[in-house]
Design a protein around this ligand. Structure first.
Ligand code: SF4
Ligand code: FES
Length: 272
């Protein structure tokens, strides 16, 4: 898994908080498995920003990193702020940076991380709202900019737009994206070119995967217009095939391949 270099100006808060109930269980003969979580903290209303807090918890009954974070939140420090909803890799809301790689906290097993400290940071290069929660407004705007819905020039059919099983299969690997933003926020080109504002900015792998999903849909009739929209110096061509997106995607998707296929379509389409 790719290691991301995270320029941080954090200091470690060495309190090493341990849950009282864990200590009591040990006193009663329970064999604990201690593990340290180093968690990035940022609070807009606090002066000590940013910092890293350390928590030592018994992980003998903790399966996933999200379970560990919720144990910290529920039993040691209720001020720890994070997003989560489904807890099973479907909603995308718990994406964060764990031991140097973007992923979903709810599907990242503790057994994948070894016995060392678990470092948890928010998704890189996004404005932090609080602790592990980032502001993804820009990310969602870029997603919306590719018009991720079916568009036709003909009048709607009486029943539905039909698609053959073969054409439907063409969308496999494209429609499953859960919009977690792990890929785009792992991409150095997106860090540099994704937030320029105005027309000239790189849309990033997640938005481009969506663009490709609709370009490839046999029912959509706006393929040329969609390609026109992407044809400038930034939106598509700032992808330099670094591949971090594909390495980190927790759903096993391949945004880098989708981007290269859009580039191929751009080159091979008939003269306008
Ligand atoms: S392509 Fe993968 S990493 Fe990127 S937003 Fe979709 S699910 Fe998340
Ligand atoms: S909580 Fe929904 S993907 Fe992790």
């Amino acid at each position: 898994m790719v290691e991301l270099t995270l320029p941080r100006n954090s200091k470690v808060n060495g309190k090493g908080k341990t849950h009282k109930a864990d200590k009591q269980a040990v006193a009663k003969g329970h064999k604990p498995k201690w593990q340290t979580f180093k968690v990035y903290r940022y609070d807009p209303e606090d002066n000590e920003n940013p910092r890293v807090d350390q928590y030592q918890i018994d992980v003998s009954n903790v399966s996933m990193v999200l379970d560990g974070l919720l144990k910290i939140k529920n039993e040691i420090d209720p001020s720890l702020t994070l997003r989560r909803s489904c807890r099973e890799g479907v909603c995308g809301s718990c994406a964060m940076n764990i031991n140097g790689a973007n992923t979903l906290a709810c599907t990242k097993g503790m057994d994948e991380l070894g016995n060392g400290p678990v470092s948890v940071y928010p998704l890189p290069h996004q404005p932090v709202v609080k602790d592990l929660v980032t502001d993804l407004t820009k990310f969602y705007e870029q997603h919306a900019s590719v018009q991720p819905y079916l568009q036709a020039k003909e009048a709607d059919p009486e029943e539905e737009w039909k698609q053959s099983p073969e054409d439907r299969e063409e969308l496999d690997g494209l429609y499953e994206c859960i919009m977690c933003a792990s890929c785009s926020t792992a991409c150095p080109s997106y860090w540099w070119n994704g937030d320029k504002g105005g027309e000239e900015e790189y849309l990033g792998p997640a938005a481009l995967l969506q663009a490709h999903r609709w370009i490839k849909d046999s029912r959509d009739q706006m393929t040329n217009e969609r390609l026109d929209e992407l044809e400038d110096n930034f939106k598509l061509y700032r992808c330099h095939t670094i591949m971090n997106c594909t390495q980190v995607c927790p759903k096993g998707l391949n945004p880098a391949k989708a981007i290269s296929e859009i580039k191929a379509l751009m080159v091979n389409r008939p003269e306008k």
